[in-house]
Design a protein around this ligand. Structure first.
Ligand code: BES
Ligand code: ZN
Ligand code: ZN
Length: 501
């Protein structure tokens, strides 16, 4: 079944907006082999890089050289009549990863200046023959130049910067286009997170995925409520019971000819389009108010597969997105309920706010049918993960995937979406034992991120990595190149991981 049936849709939700997301804020990035005069440029080099040939006067060059020498400055700005020229020295750090992160932050710092100056384009010029450094700076510029403006009536709310060009003899065209694809995927993930429930219901999320599938060439199949019922996905149906809107279960597939892997990589994303907590209702301030981010895992899976398809990565990847909102209502599931999951496991619900693990359980059991090489799930799963490490990284656990986990950690360092591994000792298993069913959806008062991981582990029988992105998925104030709202965390991580296969 590929399309939504009318009978599965809610009768009338007149105040809900319609239509599709306009992804208007994508910053266009391309490689260039010439720099025209009058164009603002960022010269990225070393302290001793030659500065002639870029339209700077002898006086300007000696001013720059002096400044870089005397006051240890890492950057100089030259205001010419019709353009700006920035000279940025590549900082010295202990590892290349840290150099690249510093350059992303330099890029992020320039974005407000570019936009306040109403500049439409800028060219990054690699004068150090260091293509990776130029890409990192470009990445920081583009990531910071995102703003979710759909609901502003003032069209001037959008950033002025629209185009970034990269000039480097050290880069190929595909280096730059791959960066532009992964940034495109990241922006799409951010926008999905930023869309409120008044637009992005589970059905709408599935529709967006189908649109992205058409655009980039992956396949998408949507299971509607009747199919989910016939599959007996008790976790997804249980969480959905209190909702007026039906759930969806969407399968994405990117399977290029000549894929390097025989068995697929499966990515599972939590798609709770809004988490009120259900009857175990969340308090509003600093809690429920940001819960439109609770499909951040789903957004990461969609953004990654979109980018993988655009970049035609030679890997077979499948995405599974169970989606619903979690709401209280006259018919909502209650603490004490026992759910029978897709794989037959019975689960005692002790807190309706621990809903993510219930819908993920069905998707993780469903993943078994693919005999996967590896399954990675991404979920804004627990407040405990935020309490443990804040917004600075991803809380992770894994089982039977030691080698892949090392590679994923490496990708995490490369893109600065770092993994913080939790212990996964067998003692934690006892904490989700139930007195009335096979397991319960609540652990003890401590180690909440780990007991949630243990719950998920019950539904896996393949190499598996769990990523709890509750901390980094959503920012309540901008931080470097991560804007307010959805960050798109996971897309750059997984794209880097898959592109090294
Ligand atoms: N969606 C939340 C987790 C969350 C918290 C995401 C903060 C993003 C930021 C999840 O569904 C939840 O409510 N988890 C509960 C589980 C508890 C009831 C066992 C939590 O962490 O408090
Ligand atoms: Zn919850
Ligand atoms: Zn949740």
């Amino acid at each position: 079944m590929n399309s939504l049936q009318n009978s599965d849709l809610p009768a009338e939700r007149p105040y809900y907006s319609e239509g599709k997301i306009k992804h208007i804020m994508y910053t266009k990035i391309s490689r260039t082999t010439s720099i025209s005069s009058g164009e603002s440029i960022i010269l990225l080099g070393n302290k001793n890089s030659a500065l002639s040939g870029y339209g700077l006067s002898a006086k300007e060059i000696s001013h720059i050289k002096n400044k870089l020498k005397t006051d240890k400055a890492a950057s100089v700005t030259i205001d010419q009549l019709n353009r700006k020229v920035w000279i940025q020295v590549i900082p010295k750090k202990d590892t290349p990863e840290l150099v690249h992160e510093a350059l992303r932050l330099v890029g992020a710092g320039l974005v407000p200046v570019l936009n306040q100056g109403k500049m439409g384009k800028v060219t990054v010029v690699d004068i150090a023959n260091n293509g990776a450094a130029a890409l990192a700076l470009t990445e920081g510029l583009a990531l910071a130049n995102y703003k979710f403006v759909k609901y502003f009536t003032d069209s001037k709310a959008a950033p002025s910067l629209k185009t970034i060009k990269v000039y480097s003899k050290n880069l190929t065209g595909s280096d730059v286009t791959n960066l532009s694809h992964v940034l495109d995927g990241t922006e799409k993930a951010r926008t999905l997170v930023n869309e409120p429930l008044s637009f992005l219901t589970a059905v709408q999320l599935s529709n967006e995925i189908k649109k992205f599938a058409k655009e980039s060439g992956f396949k998408a199949q949507v299971f509607t409520k009747s199919k989910i019922e016939s599959l007996k996905m008790g976790g997804l149906l249980g969480v959905n019971k209190g909702s007026l809107d039906p759930p969806t279960f969407t399968i994405l597939e990117w399977k290029p000819k000549g894929a390097k892997n025989k068995k697929p990589y499966v990515l599972v994303g939590k798609g709770v389009v809004y988490d009120t907590g259900g009857l175990s209702l969340k308090p509003t301030p600093n809690s429920m108010d940001m819960m439109k981010c609770d499909m951040g895992g789903a957004a990461a899976v969609v953004g990654t597969i979109y980018a993988a398809a655009k970049a035609k990565l030679p890997v077979h990847v499948i995405g599974l997105i169970p989606a619903t909102d979690n709401r209280p209502s006259g018919n909502a599931y209650v603490p004490g309920d026992v759910l029978t999951m897709f794989d037959g496991t019975t689960v005692e619900v002790l807190n309706t706010d621990a809903e993510g693990r219930l819908i993920l359980a069905d998707a993780l059991s469903y993943a078994k049918r693919y005999k996967p090489e590896l399954v990675i799930d991404l979920a804004t799963l627990t407040g405990a993960a935020v309490a443990a490490i804040g917004h600075y990284g991803i809380v992770s656990m894994h089982e039977g995937a030691d080698k892949e986990n090392e590679l994923l950690k490496k990708s995490g360092n490369t893109v600065h979406e770092r993994l913080a591994e939790m212990p996964f000792w067998s003692e934690y298993d006892a904490l989700i034992k139930s007195s009335v069913a096979d397991i319960k959806n609540l652990g003890g008062p401590y180690a909440g991120a780990i007991t949630a991981g243990k719950f998920l582990h019950h539904f896996t029988d393949y190499p598996w990595i769990h990523l709890d992105i509750a901390g980094p998925a959503f920012m309540t104030s901008p931080d470097g190149y991560r804007p307010l709202g959805g960050t798109g965390v996971g897309v750059r991580l997984l794209f880097d991981f898959l592109s090294k296969k």
